[in-house]
Ligand binder design. Structure first.
Ligand code: ATP
Ligand code: SF4
Ligand code: MG
Length: 374
């Protein structure tokens, strides 16, 4: 499974140093209007898909964004890549406000921020050859790399572990994992500084998920590209991300460095995500250090979210204050630097992490083992 990464020749010297903020998002909001009424349709409400989130991604860093289906992860990714207009808030890239930048103003930034989509089947044009697909971003941006676009396409195919001679083939001639590699090659074509990867492996067979995660990780490390890695469970990002944010119903409810989030989670929802394991008989009647939590009920509608803390309808610690006051996302007492939690009655910070509490996909588990042996 180990693959050597063939690096494309850098087209420009790296000017950023790791750790500096690359992307900053403040108070980001996206509300989708809900129309109703007959015969005159009017706006009767709004889907509060993203409702005031702050986050920052540093140069070369992998930042994980996690949460259940419908919590607003993809919308966040699309707002950041400016595929969608925000309702409110601010997006800065390298300190420049790009929230309302015009197409023209955005052009240089667009090439630096790329997206990898969840579905490698629908995100590639079936009528275009792989060469055309990968060189598309160069064509759109009028970029002629040294040695020509074809040479660059071959280099990129090699980088992602595909045969460079296959540039004339069509997407249907490739497997799912190979198609996602094509998507990665396309995202790399313009030497991006930030890739938003929206559940890039969840549509793939479990057996090949690890290979694609492995490729992305190599790309991230060796090319120094920052990632916003979106996933619905904490297992995938645990392997990939240095910092992790947990989203619930359009809000970030906890964020921090990986170790802090996995070993000292404070928000009840993060606890629930980490312990979302089917009942396991440990043989001695014990359930182990971390309480196993089953989340009751469904996620409430983002059209009419609960008052105060949005998690309160499913939270076992909820009290009156939780309905009355929205908990701010802050560094609560006992948290490490940079670990922020939005909860009035957080969990104790002392709970020991237990690896067996985190459900890993078999393929990812194998990958972690391989990484540990390195
Ligand atoms: N174009 C749209 N118009 C109206 N509502 C939308 C639109 N796009 C997303 N939504 C709604 O916004 C909410 C957030 O959706 P989003 O796709 O961002 O969630 P997600 O976290 O990516 O979920 P998943 O894990 O299923 O991909 C959902 O309630 C969704 O139905
Ligand atoms: S604020 Fe209240 S309802 Fe929300 S997570 Fe904390 S304890 Fe639960
Ligand atoms: Mg999504």
């Amino acid at each position: 499974m180990k693959e050597d990464l063939v690096l494309p020749a850098p087209r420009e010297a790296a000017t950023d140093s790791p750790g500096e903020p690359l992307l900053q998002v403040e108070g980001l909001v996206k509300h989708f209007p809900v129309k109703g009424g007959f015969p005159i349709r009017r706006t009767v409400g709004a889907v509060q898909a993203v409702d005031g989130i702050d986050l920052s991604v540093h140069v070369g860093e992998s930042f994980g964004l996690v949460g259940e289906s419908g919590c607003g992860k993809s919308t966040t990714g699309r707002l950041i890549t400016r595929l969608m207009e925000p309702t409110g808030g601010k997006i800065s890239y390298r300190g420049k406000d790009i929230t309302r930048a015009s197409r023209k103003q955005l052009a240089p930034v667009r090439s630096e921020i790329q997206m990898i989509f969840q579905d490698p089947y629908s995100s590639l044009n079936p009528r275009q050859t792989v060469g055309k697909i990968i060189s598309g971003p160069m064509e759109i941006n009028g970029i002629e790399p040294e040695g020509g676009r074809d040479k660059r396409v071959r280099e990129l195919l090699e980088t992602v572990g595909l045969n460079p001679e296959h540039f004339n083939r069509f997407p249907h001639e490739f497997s799912g994992g190979q198609r996602q590699r094509i998507g990665v090659a396309r995202a790399l074509a313009l030497n991006p500084k930030l890739i938003v990867a929206d559940e890039p492996v969840s549509a793939l067979d479990v057996s090949i998920q690890a290979q694609v995660v492995n490729l992305l990780q190599k790309v991230q490390k060796e090319l120094g590209i920052a990632f916003l890695f979106i996933a619905h469970d904490l297992a995938v990002v645990r392997h990939f991300s240095q910092r992790v944010a947990v989203m619930y119903l359009g809000k970030i409810i906890e964020v921090g460095d990986r170790d802090s989030i996995y070993t000292r989670p404070r928000h009840p929802y993060t606890h629930a995500l980490l312990s979302a394991v089917p009942e396991v008989n440990l043989g001695d009647g014990e359930t182990g250090g971390r309480e196993r939590i089953r989340l009751a009920g469904d996620v409430p509608s983002p059209i009419n979210p609960p008052s105060g803390c949005r998690f309160r309808t499913r939270c076992w610690k909820a009290q009156d204050k939780c309905a009355a006051e929205e908990p701010p996302l802050i560094q609560i007492s006992g948290n490490r630097e940079g670990h922020l939690t939005a909860c009035h009655f957080p969990e104790e910070p002392t709970i020991e992490a237990r690896d067996e509490d985190i459900v890993l996909d078999p393929a990812l588990a194998a990958l972690e083992e391989a990484a540990a042996e390195d």
